[in-house]
Design a binder for this molecule. Sequence first.
Ligand code: ADP
Length: 508
Amino acid sequence: MKKKQKNILPRKSNTLKLSFDTSWTYAPAPESRTSATIQPRYDLFINGKWTKPESGKYFETINPANEETLSEIAEANAADVNKAVAAARNAYEKYWKKLPAKERGKYIFRIARMMQEKSRELAIIESLDGGKPIRESRDFDIPEAANHFFYYAGWADKLDYAFPGKKTASLGVAGQIIPWNFPLLMAAWKIAPALATGNTVVLKPAETTPLTALKLAELIQEADLPPGVVNIITGAGETGAALVQHPDINKIAFTGSTEVGKMILRAVAGTNKKLTLELGGKAANIIFEDAPLDQAVEGIINGIFFNQGHVCCAGSRLYIQESVANTVIRKLKDRIETLIVGDPLDKNTDIGAINSKKQLETIHYYIKTGIQEGAEIYESSCRLPSKGFWCKPTLFLNVAQSSRIAQEEIFGPVLAILTFRTDDEVIEKANNTPYGLSAGVWTDKGSRIFNMTRKMRAGVVWANTYNKFDPTSPFGGYKESGFGREGGLHGLMPYLHLSNLIPNSTRK
Ligand code: ADP
């Protein structure tokens, strides 16, 4: 493979090289923090009330862009989990199960409207707590989260039409555990379909990004949802494990690492709990020689560098057809020089802060591994802020298919670049990872798109675009990326018992 790539252009080519950073830069355009209210301390949201933790413990959530403490957050122990599950069970039996579906829909719709009204504040808090650029939280996370509530509000009273010939019944109490990369959006992905299908919820956000879920709890309180229908408890892995193991939970929905997903699978085995897992990914983005190259480069950049690569479906492996490899790599190098890394609240920022020190260490570990494995590193020459957790956008060239940076999830702004000659070769290479969450294909030929999407073992395959989401589209993986789907009609199924309307024995 290394031999084939010898003709890749050196960094100083005589092709047009734009000079950045010396002549001009954007003036800072920071979003003001004043419209965001963050309490100095948050308790647990149980049974519609803010409840002190039985553990008596609190932990800090910090701003990863400057390491300042934003708030103190209650740490729920097993006794707190018990309380939350009991509240959810009581709310299920007493109110939610009995409420006409149309009324359920109204509550969900109300939450969606309130999220829209508070969208600016939610976006600011999402960027402060998680490090993601305000452009991303303002234009994607928050509107998409509200859209999920709108979408599933519509399904609440139409479940009988969603699955023809089937009778639907809610499950009971859903335990939901979410990660730190899209905190409010993941909460919406989990809570909205659970409520629409008549279940009650205990949700645990990630320990580094609990704030927008707690703001959502405030909205839910204001929306006057019956107490206990949604409970939000905070804490780290131990709290999550206590929720998974609780005997009165009917369904677990988890999004997070494959490692923890496997632990949850083992904990749930042999119980009656339904389970969906949305785990890691190592998506292949594939550029064919007939692709619109500039558009493709923009899609690649969007797929891995925006949101700091903190996306389970990030296009972290790039396969370029050999004949256009030099051109694409030159364009990528030029483009990463223009990416603005810095203050997440600045509207010009493309790449914000890495979510935590731990995650930054993981990314650095993989960058070191890539160099040791013999790949060629190319980093943007941008300067990084002195405080906080930051990583330059990084390309690795001459990457071997078997190398760890091509096989394992890094979850950072690091792109492994490989080349290929034929369609069959790239299908085999792209499928050759333990994961199967998403992929991207860039080509001018419709027939090639259909051929690729049929043969790629990935839950989502984007064609001539990347990272496009919609509440109506199901999302989920194959292999070690998990099972079950979220979003769309499919996203209702994991929260329902489906039985035949006409018993089998009476069928002709
Ligand atoms: P990451 O490694 O990306 O931080 P994790 O899978 O560790 O992802 O975290 C995702 C979510 O799972 C977080 O809310 C975290 O607190 C929770 N979690 C971590 N360990 C466990 C566990 N053993 N059981 C249940 N939930 C857990």
